[in-house]
Design a protein around this ligand. Structure first.
Ligand code: FAD
Length: 395
């Protein structure tokens, strides 16, 4: 029982089919992350390149069983992310598209900003980036120190960002920086590259190599006033609040990516160890049950944020649970192939490396647990029935 309606099952099945291309190309992309440039015509890459753009801005995604899925809902994104990550997470994170930046734009940007951003994304496949983490400020993102200093017609952006996915090849992105002190003094701005003062250098990485995580230097980058995301909103809706809500919306998708990696490890054992001892079969079945349970939590978390954006507590539970599962599943899968597993099975070796990155994307497990318990202690998550999804008012 998937708990999905027929429409969402059709989405899942179609994306699963598209994923075959990702699986075929995954190892080659791991060796050369720029290989993605040759595959913009694949249906999954084409779909991701506009995923999250609402219909009113002209998005016409590939129809699936007579429906169009715009990827504006967390549940839709969770389904898509699990399937594509299971096929190959490297291809998923290497693909161009609005992705994280798009979620922020959808939530906060005004009509003119959306027209501009989405218009660019619809004209051709572009990479975007989402620059929050700084060299000394990862988990403590609210303590960021990059600055936006007012000048005539806008501001100049200065500082440094680290581990920013796709920044070295992106044409558009969002950068979080300070206009003042405290949680209200943070603003996200849209940045177009190349721009004088902007530089991004790919960092070498062991896992999730497709993401081309980058170090970004911002040296007096000019940002017009029109590129301050959410300029029509009060400072309390643009600062810390903005990125908390954005992360709430993103988190089920990140959890689903971890789930997809865990499932890929499980399927690898199933497909490549056709005869199993009784104890091995039990272990594999147990892993399968954990994957099914984690999926139920991820979907519940997605439904919760789709109902009310501030309900990100279950999503924290889902992300912590799924990233732990990805670690356990990939490690456990290796045990089915003996001591040389990672040498003899490059696919498995890649899954082990990719799973480690998921612990960090969008907040570590410690930070997710802190968020979850804050929800429980403040009563925002029902202690007696934490899995109850509030009806709330839709976003
Ligand atoms: C593949 C990948 C892609 C990424 N993509 C992006 C991106 O696109 N944009 C972006 O902005 N960032 C991105 N990041 C960065 C990511 O968000 C950070 O790595 C993450 O927030 C953790 O920050 P940090 O690495 O500085 O670790 P730290 O914050 O230094 O944490 C180190 C350890 O200390 C623990 N810790 C820290 N504070 C506490 C606390 N208060 N209580 C308990 N334990 C604590 C953490 O759990 C962790 O185990 C990416 C990272 C990776 C690995």
């Amino acid at each position: 029982m998937s708990g999905l309606d027929a429409r969402l099952v059709a989405l899942r099945d179609q994306v699963r089919e598209w994923g075959a291309d990702f699986r075929r190309l995954g190892l080659a992309l791991d060796r050369d992350p720029e290989l993605i440039r040759e595959h913009f015509d694949l249906p999954a890459v084409r779909y991701l390149s506009t995923m999250g753009i609402p219909p009113e801005y002209g998005n016409v995604p590939i129809p699936i069983a007579g429906n169009r899925f715009y990827g504006t809902l967390a549940l839709e994104r969770a389904i898509i992310m699990e399937e594509l990550a299971c096929a190959d997470v490297g291809m998923l994170v290497a693909s161009p598209g609005p992705l994280l930046a798009g979620v922020l734009v959808d939530l906060l940007a005004d009509h003119e900003q959306k027209e501009w951003f989405y218009g660019r994304m619809l004209a051709e496949p572009l990479w975007t980036f989402f620059a929050l983490t700084e060299p000394d400020r990862g988990s403590d993102a609210g303590g960021l120190t990059s600055t936006l200093t007012p000048v005539d017609g806008g501001a100049v952006l200065s500082g440094a960002k680290r581990y920013v996915g796709n920044a070295c090849r992106a044409q558009l992105g969002v950068v979080f920086a300070r206009v003042g002190s405290g949680p209200l003094g943070i603003n996200a701005v849209l940045v177009e590259t190349p721009a004088p003062g902007f530089s991004a250098t790919a960092l070498d990485s062991i896992g999730l190599r497709g993401a081309r995580i980058s170090a970004v230097e911002l040296d007096d980058v000019h940002v017009p006033a029109s590129r301050f995301v959410g300029r029509h909103l009060s400072p309390s809706r643009r600062g810390m609040w903005a990125f908390v809500q954005t992360f709430n919306l993103l988190r089920p998708g990140v959890a689903a990516i971890a789930l997809g990696i865990a499932r890929a490890a499980h399927e690898y054992v199933r497909d490549n160890r056709t005869t199993l001892r009784r104890d091995e079969r039990d272990r594999l079945d147990e892993l399968g049950r954990r994957i099914t349970a984690a999926r139920a939590l991820v979907h519940l978390a997605a439904r919760a944020v789709d109902a009310r954006t501030s309900d990100g507590y279950l999503a924290s539970a889902a992300k912590a649970r799924a990233s732990q599962l990805a670690l356990d599943a990939t490690r456990s899968a290796c045990e089915f192939f003996g001591v040389g597993a990672r040498f003899d099975h490059p696919q498995l070796d890649k899954l082990v490396r990719d799973a480690r990155g998921l612990e960090f994307i969008e907040g570590t497990s410690n930070m997710q647990k802190l968020n979850l318990f804050q929800g429980l202690f403040t009563g925002k998550l029902d202690r007696d029935d934490p899995f109850r999804v509030g009806v709330g008012s839709p976003r």
